[in-house]
Design a binder for this molecule. Structure first.
Ligand code: NDP
Ligand code: MG
Length: 334
């Protein structure tokens, strides 16, 4: 079954007329949603804690940020653009007490809602508008007259007007220019987690490390291993982005293409595919969510330790050195 996609003409910004939208958090998504909505003529209030760079950023963009409670009180639509792992606690302490009947809760990712960290009371509708790109792109595409595609989901039991409001919101941030795909909280959350664990972050990081280690262990120079197993990934990903696997395979040499067909399936084996299914089950059952939530409750000890250990892998050392020699790279360090 292919997806239902909405465009400009399917959405009407006037649905948001007279409504106040609270943007909680002025980070990656928050700064983009807030400014795009304001430029689209919507009334926006920012709920952002003081003391940090994002508070100053909101002020420099001409907003007068208030605390989360105050923003929730003022708003008809409340978009929770805070990190997923703090949403549950902040919802209970600062949002829920001020949720009077008729207000609408919004998300840009379904984690907290789908896994029960946020359970809106009766009379509070919920929806999700999730741009398929980082906030800076949501902002720059909007300014350039376009928009990043978005996902739209309506919380179970929410009234029909929620979809109209969700589409209007998506239009307000530019999403209907790129197309708005209708999904569910479950589908958005589970596919998002699966993608980042198996392919985008987990899969790619381990593939790079394992390839690098194999070459270095065999006595090749780490500089060579870095270029082959990490640096050149960008060229390949750019080709995938432009024209899929077919275009990548058309662009690389025939030798590379032959190696791809004959060796690729020996790396992603039947065993790997079985493991992907297991990971998906852990996501669907809530096991992953429970593990991550408990980890954060304990102040993330294993997360912090893994972060420390992984940061010192030799591919990072050699990469840091070589990137400095490539002046065109907009080099970033953590
Ligand atoms: P960021 O980390 O960029 O921003 C988080 C904001 O929340 C900041 O303004 C931060 O303020 C504030 N904040 C963090 N912790 C607290 C706290 N304990 N109390 C009060 N305020 C706090 O978040 P993102 O924009 O990346 O993510 C927001 C949502 O959007 C998430 O649900 C995410 O899954 C979703 N999303 C993100 C995408 C992305 O590309 N980043 C893409 C699509 C969806 P301060 O500066 O003071 O810390
Ligand atoms: Mg994702």
């Amino acid at each position: 079954m292919s997806a239902k996609i909405y465009y400009e003409d399917d959405a009407d910004l006037s649905a948001l007329e007279g409504k106040t939208i609270a943007i909680l958090g002025y980070g990656s998504q928050g700064h983009a949603h807030a400014q795009n909505l304001r430029d689209s003529g919507c009334r926006v209030v920012i709920g952002q804690r003081p003391g940090g760079a994002n508070y100053e950023l909101a002020k420099s963009h001409g907003f007068e940020p208030v605390d989360i409670e105050e923003a929730v009180k003022q708003a008809d639509i409340i978009n929770i653009l805070l990190p997923d792992e703090v949403q549950g606690d902040l919802y209970r302490s600062k949002i829920a007490p001020h949720l009077t009947e008729g207000k609408i809760l919004m998300f840009a990712h379904g984690f907290s809602f789908h896994f029960g960290q946020i359970e809106p009371p009766k009379g509070i509708d919920s929806m999700l508008v999730a741009p398929k790109g980082p906030g800076h792109l949501v902002r720059s595409e909007y300014k350039a007259g376009g928009g990043v595609p978005c996902l739209l989901a309506i919380g179970e039991g929410s009234s029909d007007k929620t979809r109209t409001l969700g589409l209007a919101y998506a239009k307000g941030i530019g999403g209907t220019k790129g197309g708005v795909i209708e999904t569910t909280f479950a589908e958005e959350t589970e596919t998002d987690l699966f993608g980042e664990q198996v392919v985008l972050c987990g899969g790619v990081s381990e593939l790079v490390r394992a390839g690098f280690d194999t070459l270095v262990d065999a006595g090749y120079q780490p500089e060579m291993a870095f270029f082959e197993c990490m640096h050149e990934l960008k060229l390949i990903v750019d080709l995938l982005y432009q024209g899929g696997l077919n275009y990548m395979r058309y662009s690389v040499s025939n030798t590379a293409e032959y190696g791809d067909y004959t060796r690729g399936p020996r790396i992603i084996t039947e065993e790997t595919r079985q493991e992907m299914k297991k990971i998906l089950k852990e996501i669907q059952s809530g096991d992953f969510a429970r593990q991550w939530i408990l980890e954060n409750r304990a102040n993330a000890p294993s997360f912090k330790s893994m972060r420390r250990l992984q940061a010192t892998h030799p591919v990072e050392e050699v990469g840091k050195k070589l990137r400095k020699l490539m002046s065109w790279i907009d080099e970033k360090e953590v």
